[in-house]
Design a protein around this ligand. Structure first.
Ligand SMILES: [Zn+2]
Ligand SMILES: [Zn+2]
Length: 374
């Protein structure tokens, strides 16, 4: 299908595309997807950054590290000058969204807005780092599982220049960016996730929900490392982390979709992929994601009931071997652990040792799509 107004045709994954979307009110949004390579079967496709031409025009996200210049080039193709923009807003602190930020700000002096947690977690706290080699990691990367060989090549410079960024914190709850445009804090995929709601006609969702891909949830366990940093603002892990919080965020967003069924959704990955558009119906996609997580909970409980209670056993039995190569193994482990946290929380699993579970016989997770109050 045809979607938007393609100013520049990119490749079949959407890399290099420049697209104008005109909303019914006449508001223009430019889609500016920058390249984003991760290996193997976990390809996300490019990061869709957006220029929103509101009364105060602004940019959402800045692509991966090294993509700042490219983003500026694409903006020029779209006819958007950096001097037209009031600020750049970061949807959440993952490197594929803020990697290009320092470069972009270095060239344009754009003001940066993000959730208050983002501002706290991009900083270094050498004396609080969980391991000596992580002393110069920003707090948001303390839980990173990539091997040393990866981060020395890919991350050190990114971490260093991020320190120069000044951030204007966008509040929790909803916060008005300009006329008719608000941000909404919907954590879970990351503790600082923001959705940007454009009146009653569109929502820019970052990685909160994606077509084709199920965004990975954080784990409550990560709170231990950052509690002293974010604790004054969010004293409980479940307020910003974990699968339970993520599902609540989805349900919050579903209310918006139900109230405004024609709402257009602008996701951060896979919007255009394999040569075609993936147009997202907000309510329908959220129902699919909720169902996906309930099914995954069911599969995990069944594996544990068959006597395989160690997390490694669950991972091996739940995922295709091809998904467990390289970093895939750690992502799979994160998936299972986040579900196990929720199942323990619900009383369906009991933790009988470190990362070892027994099933209690209940299946309370089955009500997760309906009973959670957002
Ligand atoms: Zn993300
Ligand atoms: Zn992403």
């Amino acid at each position: 299908m045809k979607y938007g107004n393609i100013i520049e045709q990119g490749d079949r994954s959407g890399n290099g595309m420049v697209v104008r979307f005109r909303l019914p009110s006449g508001l223009d949004i430019f889609g500016l997807p920058t390249e984003n390579f991760y290996s193997g079967n976990w390809d996300l496709g490019p990061t869709w950054n957006y220029a929103v031409m509101a009364d105060t025009p602004f940019l959402v996200d800045a692509g991966r590290y090294g993509q700042g210049q490219q983003l500026l080039k694409m903006m020029a193709t779209a006819g958007v000058k950096p001097s037209d923009l009031g600020f750049v807003l970061i949807s959440h602190g993952h490197e594929d969204h803020d990697g290009g930020l320092a470069e972009l700000v270095g060239i344009t002096s754009l003001k940066v807005k993000a959730h208050a947690i983002y501002d706290l977690l991009i900083r270094q706290y050498p004396d609080m780092a969980p391991a000596d080699y992580k002393r110069h990691f920003p707090a948001k990367c303390w839980h990173c599982f990539m091997p040393e060989s990866f981060y020395t090549v890919n991350c050190l410079e990114y971490h260093r220049i991020l320190q120069q960024i000044e951030v204007e914190a966008v509040g929790s709850g909803t916060d008005r960016l300009c006329t008719d445009i608000v941000t909404c804090h919907l954590p879970g995929h990351s503790p600082d996730c923001l959705a940007i709601i454009l009146g009653e006609e569109a929502v820019i969702v970052g990685d909160i929900l994606l077509p084709q891909i199920t965004p990975w949830p954080t784990r409550l366990e990560m709170y231990g490392e950052i509690a002293s940093i974010v604790g004054p603002m969010f004293p409980e892990a479940g307020q910003i982390l974990g699968l339970h919080r993520y599902l609540r965020s989805l349900r919050q967003l579903r209310r918006l979709g139900r109230a405004h069924p024609d709402m257009q959704v602008f996701p951060a990955h896979r919007f255009y992929y394999e040569g075609r558009w993936n147009v997202v119906d907000l309510t329908q996609r959220i129902d699919e994601l909720l169902e996906h997580h309930v099914q995954r909970c069911a599969a995990i409980v069944d594996i544990v009931l068959r006597g395989h209670g160690r997390v490694e056993e669950i991972v091996q039995r739940h995922f295709e071997p091809s998904l467990l190569k390289g970093p895939g193994k750690y992502m799979a482990m994160n998936e299972i652990l986040s579900h196990c946290e929720l199942l323990v929380d619900q009383g369906d699993l009991m933790e009988t040792g470190p990362r070892r579970y027994e099933a209690s016989g209940t299946r309370r997770f089955e009500t997760l799509t309906t009973h959670l109050s957002a």
